[in-house]
Design a protein around this ligand. Structure first.
Ligand code: SAH
Length: 373
C-alpha cells in the first residue's frame, strides 16, 4: 500500500460549530489575545489558565475567582471542553482504553497503562496514520487528519478526569508519564504536538515534566533535531530492523530516510549528550528480524549512542501478516543486546484483551465498517 493513498487533512481550528472559541489548546499568548478581545487584561488569562489546566474546570460558572460578569462573558464566547467518549474499555490488567470523539465526529484512541505507583498515558497525534508500517493496525486505517493541539491536550485532560487527578497533584500521580505512541506519527504533526506538549509541561497547569514525556517516531529525520532543541523530551525510535532491505519493507518511511541517516540524527540528538538515553523500539517478528545475527547487527548499529532497546513482542490483530517471535527467541535476542551493555527490557504487552496494545489501535468505527463489508 502506498502512502499516496492517504490524503492528509489539516486539523480543525479552535472555532466551534456554535461560534464559541475552544480555549483548550491555545498557547498562553493565544489565550491572552483571546481574552484581550473580550476586553480583559493579561492577568485574567493567567487566572483562566489556572482554572482550566490546574483545576481541570470546564464550567466557567465555577471559576469563582473571576467576577460574575466575566464568567458570563466567557460562557457566552468561549468553551473549555473535553472530547466525547464513544467507548471506554477496562482491561483485566488495569489498562484502560478510550475511543474519543472529536467535535467533527472523528475518533482516536487513548490508553492509560497503570503501574504500581505511577502510570503512563499513550496519546495519539493523528486520526489514522500515513506511514503504513506493515505490522501496525492503525496504518490500515484510510482516513487521516492531524489532531489540533487542543485535541491532543484534550486526551490528557480526559484521562485526568477519569483518574480524578484535579487539581494537579504534585506527587503520587497515576498519570505521571506521557508517551506519544498512540495513533499517528507525531513528527508529521509537529507544530500541534509541540504546542500541546508545551501546555502539558507548563508548571502552572498540568505540570508533567519533559523528562516524563517520550515522543516516539518512525524516523522523520529532518524533525528530530527540532524535537530535541525545542521540546527536550525523551526520544524513542521505532527501528524494528537492522538492514535497509527489511526496514524498507516493514517501515516504508525508511525509503525516504534510511537507517544510516536515522542513526546519525540520533547521534546528534541534543539530549543524548546529557546522558539522556534514546530508546530504540524493536518489534519481534518471527523469522523476519529476530535472529541472533540481527541482534548482533543491532548492537553494532547503535554503538556509541546512549541507548536502551525496548523489545516489543508483536501484537497480533485480525489478518495481520506476521507472527510474534517465540519467547525463547526473544530471550536469546535480548541476551545479545544486554551482553553488549544495553538495557533490553521486553515490553510486557498491556491491555491485549481490549486491543489496546501497541499497534492495535484503530478507531472502532472503521473496524465495524470493515466487519459489515
Ligand atoms: N508513529 C510513531 C508513533 C506510534 S508508536 C512511531 O512509529 O514510533 C507505536 C509503537 O508501537 C511503535 O514503536 C510501533 O512500531 C509499535 N507497533 C506498531 N504496531 C505494533 C504491533 N502490532 N505490535 C507491537 N508493536 C507495534
Amino acid at each position: 500500500m502506498s502512502a499516496e493513498k492517504h490524503a492528509l487533512m489539516a486539523a480543525p481550528d479552535n472555532r466551534r460549530a456554535d461560534g464559541r472559541i475552544e480555549l483548550v489548546g491555545l498557547s498562553r499568548a493565544e489565550l491572552e489575545a483571546e481574552l484581550a478581545r473580550l476586553g480583559q487584561p493579561a492577568f485574567r488569562a493567567r487566572q483562566v489558565w489556572h482554572w482550566i489546566y490546574y483545576r481541570g474546570e470546564t464550567d466557567f460558572e465555577r471559576m469563582t475567582s473571576l467576577s460574575k460578569e466575566l464568567r458570563q462573558v466567557l460562557a457566552e464566547h468561549c468553551a473549555a471542553t473535553r472530547p466525547g467518549v464513544s467507548r471506554a474499555q477496562h482491561s483485566l490488567d488495569g489498562t484502560r482504553k478510550w475511543l474519543l470523539k472529536m467535535a467533527d465526529g472523528q475518533e482516536v484512541e487513548c490508553v492509560h497503562i497503570p503501574e504500581e505507583d505511577r502510570g503512563a498515558l499513550c496519546v495519539s497525534s493523528q486520526v489514522g496514520c500515513t506511514l503504513t508500517c506493515r505490522f501496525c493496525h492503525t496504518g490500515t486505517q484510510r482516513l487521516v487528519r492531524n489532531l489540533s493541539a487542543g485535541e491532543i491536550v484534550g486526551q490528557v485532560m480526559h484521562a485526568r478526569d477519569q483518574l480524578g487527578e484535579w487539581p494537579s497533584p504534585r506527587d503520587g500521580r497515576m498519570l505521571s508519564n506521557i508517551v506519544m505512541m498512540g495513533m499517528g506519527e507525531p513528527l508529521y504533526n509537529y507544530d500541534n504536538v509541540a504546542q500541546a506538549l508545551a501546555i502539558v509541561m507548563d508548571g502552572e497547569g498540568i505540570g508533567i515534566s519533559r523528562r516524563r514525556i517520550t515522543l516516539s517516531t518512525a524516523g522523520v529525520v529532518p524533525m528530530i533535531r527540532r524535537c530535541g532543541v525545542e521540546l527536550g523530551v525523551r526520544l524513542a525510535i521505532s527501528l524494528h530492523a537492522v538492514t535497509d532491505e527489511i526496514r524498507d519493507c516493514i517501515v516504508p518511511l525508511n525509503r525516504k530516510y534510511p537507517i544510516a541517516e536515522l542513526l546519525k540524527a540520533c547521534r546528534d540528538y541534543p539530549r543524548a549528550k546529557n546522558s539522556r538515553r534514546i530508546t530504540f523500539e524493536y518489534i519481534m517478528l518471527k523469522g523476519v528480524n529476530d535472529s541472533v545475527a540481527d541482534a548482533k547487527a543491532l548492537v553494532k548499529l547503535i554503538a556509541g549512542i546512549p541507548a536502551k532497546v525496548n523489545l516489543i513482542p508483536f501484537n497480533a490483530w485480525p489478518r495481520a501478516p506476521f507472527e510474534c517471535s517465540t519467547d525463547e527467541q526473544i530471550a536469546k535476542f535480548a541476551r545479545v543486546v544486554n551482553d553488549a551493555g544495553y538495557a533490553s527490557p521486553v515490553r510486557t504487552p498491556r491491555g491485549r484483551d481490549i486491543l489496546a496494545a501497541c499497534g492495535q489501535l484503530k478507531s472502532d468505527s472503521v473496524r465495524q465498517r470493515r466487519a459489515a463489508a
